[in-house]
Design a protein. Structure first.
Length: 118
């Protein structure tokens, strides 16, 4: 059974860094892409970053471009989100997702909370 497990969330000060991980367990075939969304209190879930697992192409929302880096370790079925220069507006629950083809998102993790204090 598909299971995405996030870790690495926590409390950081503005300007600090955190690194999120997402392990994909229970799969018998490769994902097409994986990535991260986030949802701040009272706001809709928004796209943060994604990576194509074969080619390594990465995509970012404008607000995190240059501060966040998404990477993958295919051998470990794991993706990472390295977050630098954190801002209070980055505070949100971060959700990992996986796509088995270029179409809609197939699987979601349960989320990990990131809190950035000013």
């Amino acid at each position: 059974q598909e299971q995405l497990v996030e870790s690495g969330g926590g409390l950081a000060q503005a300007g600090g860094s955190l690194k999120l991980s997402c392990v994909d367990s229970g799969r018998t075939f490769s994902n097409y892409a994986m990535g991260w969304f986030r949802q701040a209190p009272g706001k809709e879930r928004e796209f943060v970053a994604s990576i194509k697992l074969s080619a390594g192409n990465t995509y970012y929302t404008d607000s995190v471009q240059g501060r966040f880096t998404i990477s993958r370790d295919n051998a470990k079925n794991t993706i990472y989100l390295t977050m630098n220069s954190l801002k209070p507006e980055d505070t949100a629950v971060y959700y990992c997702y996986a796509k088995i083809d270029p179409h809609g998102i197939d699987y979601w993790g349960k989320g990990t909370l990131v809190t950035v204090s000013s």
